[in-house]
Design a protein around this ligand. Sequence first.
Ligand code: SF4
Length: 224
Amino acid sequence: MNTFIPDLVIEVTGICNRACIGCYAPNVVSNEDALSLYAKRPELFLTEDSLTSALNELERTPYLTSIRGGEPSIHPHISSLLMAASMQSNHVMLETHGRWLLPKNVVKYKELIRTIRNNNIIVKISFDKMHGMKKEELQQITDFLGWNEIDYRIAITESSLTDFIQTRSLCSWIAEEKIIFQQKAKTEHELVKPMIGTINIRGELKRTVTHKFLQEDTLGEATA
Ligand code: SF4
């Protein structure tokens, strides 16, 4: 079992097509088509130019860069952003709820799959009570990634060791080295802390990930 300590987080969009209870990201929730969202709300998407400028300003090369949202697969130019990040990082992980990798959806994401494979990007899939993915769905996704020789990690974010053990038992075919355990954060201070920082959707380098904890302990639980 691994922990998750990225050097750099890149937030590529402030939109998600799910609304998990306990999500700390201040997302706009929408199921609209990615291109029309991009046309209507461009301020909610990181541009390749902003990302390139921000990466060029970094004082050192990140060992591990994590790409997240919202849901990064919603970004119509996610492949270009992944390539830009890959050129300036030793390793890149794509954090996702993973539904786009289900057999019924994946045909629309050929370009993204190709980019992931060609750039040795690791797909990090959330599998826990909050994200609510069925065991059978995760099996279909891990089979698909295996056939395509794409490396992956399964991130289990739970509040307690008991809950972690219970969720872990549901995905027993996953090798231990592919499991990441994340403690569910209850305050801003418990969120993941990237060593270099977070590039947000405006291309600004910030110390922490974007979150909606306004006052500590007043908004309930959130994920790490
Ligand atoms: S936890 Fe992840 S999948 Fe769920 S709403 Fe938040 S960003 Fe979307």
